[in-house]
Design a protein around this ligand. Structure first.
Ligand code: ADP
Ligand code: ZN
Ligand code: ZN
Length: 715
């Protein structure tokens, strides 16, 4: 038997498919798993995470670790387990999972910042400068105040630094602030009280679906549920789908629980700020943390409850690299930390409704609006033979006019940015396509660019048709930019606010427009998906869904579910007590069963109908689904790889394909996929564990880029 020696097992941060072994550094004791190490890697060094210890043959010369970066594990045990689970379940390299979970600066090897709250105070009088200058005097009088000083004004910072060095100013650490909630401004209604009572009884791990119509007071239920935790010094995590949502929720939380111990984390913050908040959360200074997807991986030593607001939202799923679902991983975290998790939505995902039916989640319902405002009625506008102006029917335009005349606001939803989704030649029909993608260019008239929404490629409007050289190039279809233009022509004296990523690229721009909208004067809001997320527009009394049919024709089997959720979410943003709202749906298919269900406005009923369809089609949540996607510059190697992969699949998997991806070419890459089904998620996992290592061994695998998406959310 060859001799063996102890070595360190290290996951290098990044998408490397294996674990590496290193020799322990000299003169260190036992290093705890979960710390960062800088290790030699090829000609450079990389940051890795110590996973544990292994045995290596002595005849292999192991490289020693270069630097030990931490003394303590970066993440507590439960979170380390969560990442291991996430790597295992989504079949993704552990080093990349860690890399996704850590703040950028930690990933790069920076030390943890010092974040204890420190107050400055004057040292004993004999240490003070005998003849203080004017700025020194200013600092002395500032610090002579009775209140402990934690913030020093910028002009005095340099004097402060000198004073600290000389020793006439000292610091002391203050205890963490604790939360004291403001009383509720109104009594809770019966449904709210019932939900809160149930949630207060939750002990240990349990998963709750809070299904409450828009405006039913879900946020109050969250707040009352977490109040005792916060007042007792424990921590709570709220995940939201998008940053656009955070300002309102943050403002409401601060109004209720004070500012001191509440923080948000999102991608618009700088790396240092993110790391500071991360560290404050990890040291218990932040008690209520609100954030988007990756906030799920922030250490919270006294975590008592997790809330996932708008749980149906597809942005909880990551579409690049590690394809994890933050919602599903949050449930796993709650299980590992043995705490309750609450999923809230007015339009719960079919998965969650199914899990309620299976008895896995407990259902709490709020059926009525908290303010006693009625839910908007939904009316279908058949478009057949109607004259359309910029995609708007006369019926919808007349309704807009009436609404504006009554000094109310109109909201028009169209899920297409830009002026027109296509440009074509009037003479030969040639469609201007992105040369790198199998998709048409979108015309952005304000910027005068043809832009590909899939790869970002841009070009100018060509002088003539590349096929027949005719100059008769025309746009086809409508985007929000065109809708805005048409509306300005129709209503020249009314402000029109366009709400999409082009018009409002940053948070600030969005916040400014929201402020204008909340002045509640007659106005028209035109927007995309951005409008469906969390914001309430109380002065909006008319909602128009301009292109309902887009969601009926998509090849993505989730499109009808998304359409249903979108319409009810957009519709639900409108109206308040004294001014009820209404929703108009423009469609060419008024007889379509989904449109008919939509018109009733009853989400539960429509969702049950969609679930029946999923049963019949053998689709999730009744089966488990995985996509194996491959891309390469040529089609042939993709076909060869996917065929070979299909051949070595275990019999328990039902594999179809290779078939072209919904977007066949993206950024110069041809794309195709295998669609893999199994009766349950457990069986899927068992089979993938046998199959994917086989795929990795295939010689064809080296000729393509391939990836696995377990429980894909969009095709
Ligand atoms: P949701 O999150 O379900 O859409 P919110 O929590 O935002 O609903 O509540 C909608 C509105 O109703 C808010 O303006 C909130 O202040 C108000 N509200 C909530 N609960 C009550 C209640 N019990 N009585 C009166 N108003 C309430
Ligand atoms: Zn032409
Ligand atoms: Zn493109």
């Amino acid at each position: 038997m060859p001799a063996e020696t102890t070595c360190l097992q290290v996951a290098i941060l990044g998408p490397l498919p294996r674990i590496f072994s290193y020799a322990p550094p000299a003169h260190t004791g036992l290093l705890p798993p979960g710390i960062r190490l800088r290790v030699p890697f090829g000609k450079t060094t990389r940051i890795g995470i110590l996973l544990g210890y292994g045995d290596c043959p002595t005849d292999i010369r192991l490289k020693p670790v270069e630097t030990v970066l931490d003394t303590q594990p970066l993440l507590p045990e439960a979170l380390q387990q969560l990442l291991h689970f996430g790597a295992h379940y989504y079949h993704h390299p552990l080093g990349d999972v860690w890399s996704t979970a850590l703040p950028t600066l930690l990933r790069q090897g920076r030390p943890l910042p010092e974040v204890a709250i420190r107050a400055y105070q004057l040292a004993r009088p004999e240490h003070l400068p005998p003849r203080p200058g004017s700025r020194q005097m200013a600092l002395i009088s500032l610090l002579s105040a009775a209140k402990p000083m934690t913030e020093i004004p910028t002009p005095l910072r340099s004097v402060l630094q000198q004073a600290l060095k000389k020793g006439w100013v000292e610091t002391r650490t203050l205890p963490n602030p604790s939360i004291c909630a403001q009383p509720l401004p109104y009594p809770l209604n019966n449904e709210q009280s019932h939900a809160i009572q149930q949630l207060h009884q939750a002990q240990g791990f349990s998963c709750w679906l809070l299904d409450g119509v828009t405006g039913s007071g879900k946020t109050e239920v969250y707040f009352e549920t977490i109040r005792p935790h916060l007042e007792a010094g424990r921590q709570v995590l709220i995940l939201v789908p998008e940053i656009g949502l955070t300002p309102q929720l943050l403002a409401r939380s601060q109004a209720r629980f004070g500012r001191a111990a509440i923080a948000t984390l999102h991608s618009a913050q700088g790396d240092s700020e993110r790391l500071r908040i991360w560290t404050q959360a990890a040291t218990g200074q932040v008690q209520l943390l609100i954030g988007t997807r990756s906030t799920l991986f922030v250490p919270l030593p006294r975590l008592a409850c997790i809330i996932i607001d708008e749980e149906h939202d597809p942005s909880f799923k990551q579409h690049q690299g590690w394809h994890y679902s933050a919602r599903d991983m949050a449930i796993q975290r709650a299980r590992l930390e043995n705490i309750p998790v609450i999923l809230g939505s007015a339009t719960p995902s079919l998965e969650s409704l199914y899990n309620v039916q299976q008895g896995r989640y407990q259902l709490l319902q709020l059926r009525e609006r908290a303010t006693k405002a009625s839910l908007p009625g939904i009316t279908v506008i058949p478009l057949r033979r109607q004259y359309l102006q910029g995609g708007l029917s006369n019926t919808l335009l007349t309704a807009c006019r009436d609404t504006l005349a009554a000094d109310n606001q109109v909201l028009l939803f169209l899920n297409r940015r830009g002026y027109a989704p296509a440009v074509l030649c009037h003479d030969c029909g040639h469609l201007l396509q992105c040369p790198r993608c199998s998709a048409a260019f979108t015309w952005h008239r304000q910027q005068e660019r043809l832009r590909c929404h899939h790869c970002g490629n841009e070009t100018r409007w060509p002088a003539d048709c590349p096929e027949c050289h005719s100059t008769a190039l025309i746009t086809a279809g409508q985007g929000t930019e065109q809708l805005e233009e048409v509306l300005r022509q129709h209503f020249p004296h009314i402000p029109v606010w366009r709400i999409d990523r082009d018009a409002l690229p940053g948070r600030e721009a969005f916040a400014n427009v929201l402020e204008q909208i909340h002045l509640n004067q007659a106005a028209i809001l035109v927007g995309t998906q951005m409008l469906t997320k969390g914001h309430h527009f109380p002065a909006v009394t008319l909602v128009g869904i301009v292109n309902t049919d887009q969601g009926l024709f998509s090849a993505d089997f989730r499109a009808p579910e998304r359409l249903l959720q979108t319409v009810l979410q957009v519709g639900g943003r409108a109206g308040r007590e004294e001014r009820p709202g209404k929703v108009l749906l423009q469609t060419h298919l008024p007889q379509h069963p989904l449109i008919q269900k939509l018109a009733t406005g009853d989400y539960q009923e429509a969702a049950q109908w969609l679930l029946q369809e999923r049963i019949q089609a053998g689709l999730p949540p009744y089966t488990a689904l995985t996509l194996l996607s491959a891309e390469a510059h040529q089609r042939a190697p993709i076909q060869r790889f996917l065929q070979a992969a299909r051949h070595c699949a275990p019999a328990s998997l039902q594999v179809s394909g290779p078939q072209p991806a919904l977007l066949e070419r993206r950024a110069g890459f041809e794309r195709a996929e295998l669609w893999i089904e199994a009766p349950t998620r457990q069986e899927m996992q068992k089979a993938l564990r046998i199959w994917l290592p086989r795929c990795q061994q295939l010689p064809e695998a080296r000729k393509v880029r391939w990836s696995v998406d377990v429980d894909p959310q969009s095709l």
